[in-house]
Design a protein. Structure first.
Length: 392
């Protein structure tokens, strides 16, 4: 195992009606003028926005609102939020929604608190020195952004999708009521489950010697999400299944399942970022579409981990060679994706990139990771292109 730092400072309120405490929490963390950042109309149609603003009014907390966060959140809206914060002298951010609203709010916080162009942080040109406090009311279990240090933003100029990680962006509190996820379309629920599993799988597939405890927790989390994704496919209103998935989403990306490892592989995410940037697909679906091609390309270089995953997560028979068991695990994972109506290649995802598109994505991906990246197998641009081609 490797040495590690674990930092998860977010205060969590989990369960029914926990959103009732939002004003109390904002005051606890020093907020007096709030930017409420959200996505589309779902938080309005559900009545959640009226409930939140009513609670803030009752507590005499001032606020302004900014909607419009979309999947693969856009830089232009971040700029708009920064200017609104400056105009209104905001001192607290409240993201109401899923990962897109949270990631966008984090970027707004960096841009508001630091001088210069916020995109510099995502482009790797400099690091943020400060931010302003952020709170979250989670309505979609997927990205884990409510407890993570990361956010991902898409720059419309060139359709460049980049992530930035900083402890400064971690939420002060996260309100998690599983009931708030019950109105999600089945597709979004399945995409969320896929994303949650991938956050742990990225950390799991590594060549370094790991901690048995970390591995066992990771495997339990993956089995739990797999089981409850099937339950939610058949019974979308199942509270207990919603709760299991929601809590797994936070634990999957707050660093817990990576303690003692080298940080993980992350190439499935990097490959998907280029797909999402160019074709604006839902992140979880894009991950499902690329994972099988990535796995078959790299598994021989990380055979012991793929075998362990096959046996302990996908629960395939311990029969045959290590390679046969590993391949059976990959096939079982793709069968699971299909069982929750997730794609296993780009055509099933609904896109048909040209050869020029594939070459462009591979080139941008390689540039984005400084030429190469990967723990299960170190990938260069030609490897990335081969995986994209296989995913067709």
């Amino acid at each position: 195992m490797l040495d590690f730092k674990y930092f998860a400072p977010t205060k969590v309120l989990f369960g029914r009606n926990t959103e009732d405490k939002v004003a109390e929490l904002i005051k606890e963390f020093g907020g007096s003028k709030v930017l409420i950042h959200y996505g589309g109309g779902s938080v309005i149609r559900s009545g959640l926005m009226d409930k939140v603003t009513g609670l803030l009014d009752e507590a005499r907390i001032k606020y302004v609102k900014l909607g419009g966060a979309v999947p693969n959140p856009r830089l232009q809206l971040v700029y708009e939020g920064i200017e609104l914060c400056k105009k209104e002298n905001v001192d607290f951010l409240l993201a109401v929604g899923g990962g897109s609203a949270i990631d966008s709010a984090k970027a707004i916080g960096y841009g508001y608190a630091n001088s210069g162009d916020v995109w510099d942080f995502y482009a790797g040109k400099r690091k943020a020195e400060k931010s302003i406090p952020l709170g979250v009311i989670l309505t979609l279990a997927a990205t884990g952004s409510e407890m993570s240090d990361s956010s991902v933003i898409t720059n419309e100029d060139g359709l460049i999708k980049k992530g930035y990680s900083s402890d400064l962006g971690r939420a002060k509190f996260a309100i998690m009521n599983p009931e708030l996820t019950m109105t999600l379309p089945d597709y979004q629920t399945a995409c969320g489950c896929t994303d949650i599993m991938m956050h742990t799988m990225e950390r799991y597939f590594t060549k370094v010697e790991t901690m048995e405890l970390t591995d066992t927790m990771a495997e339990a989390l993956l089995r739990t999400v797999k089981k409850n994704a099937i339950i939610l496919r058949d019974d979308p209103k199942n509270y207990d299944a919603r709760a299991e998935v929601m809590w797994a989403g936070s634990l999957s990306h707050n660093g817990l399942t990576g303690c003692g490892t080298d940080g993980g592989d992350w190439m499935s995410h990097k490959l998907e970022h280029e797909i999402g940037g160019l074709f604006d697909v839902t992140h979880g679906a894009g991950l499902a579409a690329i994972w099988g091609s990535w796995a078959r390309y790299v598994y021989k270089d990380c055979l012991h981990r793929f075998k362990r995953y096959a046996l302990n997560v996908m629960e395939v028979e311990n029969k045959g060679t290590d390679e046969e068991i590993a391949l059976a695990g990959i096939e079982a994972m793709e069968d699971f994706y299909r069982s929750i109506n997730m794609p296993t290649n780009l055509r099933e995802l609904g896109i048909t990139p040209t050869e020029e598109d594939l070459v462009l994505m591979a080139h941008k991906c390689a540039l984005g990771v400084g030429g190469g990246k990967g723990s299960a197998k170190f990938l260069k641009e030609e490897d990335m292109l081969a995986i994209y081609r296989a995913s067709m």
